[in-house]
Ligand binder design. Sequence first.
Ligand code: NAI
Ligand code: MG
Length: 338
Amino acid sequence: MAKYRVAVIPGDGIGPEVMSAAVNVLTEMENGSGKFDFEFKEYMAGDAYKAKTGTAMTEETFEAVKASDVCLFSAVGETAKEVIIPLRQRLNLYANIRPAKVYPNVPNVKGQMDMVMVRENTECLYKRIQDGGPDWGVALRVITRQASERIAKYAFELARREGRHKVTCVHKSNMMETTCGLFQDSCRKVAASYSDISYNEEIVDACAMKMVMYPERFDVVVTTNLFGDILSDLAAGVVGGLGMAPSANIGDNMAIFEPVHGSAPDIAGKGIANPIAQMLSAGMMLDWLGEKQAAKALEASIVEVLKEGRALTPDLRGTAKTKDVTKAVIAHLGDKTF
Ligand code: NAI
Ligand code: MG
């Protein structure tokens, strides 16, 4: 039986609420499968932990995450830059994968979208090389050919693997020749060796408009860190909100799976957070671990729950609680093998 050591970071706000939903579902799956076994270990990090101890994430937690097979993360609050950003950068999780897909019964903008955002995850303004005084601020945008080519290659490989047909490079090289120009040039070079996948480019501002108006035109999108951050929330909005948006941070031997959303303090503690983004992230984790059948079964169960339309949280215009969604997903897993 495959054994997976999973570091679990529930974080702040709705984090622990949606994490417990996802872990319940995964536990149900391990019991039902007989093929894999999870060893969950929970680590505290984030705003609440910092308020108590003075640090948002200890070095021991970082080392424990590094030593595990995989990490399931939820969301932290204001300490995101002290927790998830260093985890991504220090573990060299260079590919941030954010699918945006229309699901049944989820209120969305245009009825159609099935896109994967491939966001460079280690550099750009998120290097946080910055300085400032009371009346000025400056931040350094770092873009390298090595990281740009690596993420472009990841995007084309993902397109091939998932049977997708087009990669769109999003940039602003007309304004930022040295950074976006380099990124664009790197994408073009990589594109040249993938004649089976079509390639085009969009300038980021026009791209934002087109993603709302013509979401069906996008397939795989590859872009730099900050643009990817903004556009992936935009894409989440197009398909029904952050409660539906999962993500993966992938490196060569390690990965962290987390919903795109933050700690959502406005709804924390009410038991009404939508756990689907966290569950779909757990599904991406199963897929990355090689448990393809389990990943498909989990997504299929979520789709069935959405189709039934009974266990929908308020963000999906329903009245269900987080735990109702969990129960419904678990019930649908019952008739599947994985
Ligand atoms: P947010 O993603 O927490 O919330 C934005 C809006 O979406 C809110 O109205 C919230 O209620 C709603 N929402 C988010 N997830 C939902 C879910 N699962 N179900 C139903 N509704 C949901 O973003 P916001 O408000 O900008 O940030 C709140 C805190 O989260 C900040 O302190 C920010 O720094 C942190 N943050 C942390 C991230 C991380 O840990 N990776 C990522 C983004 C924000
Ligand atoms: Mg974001």
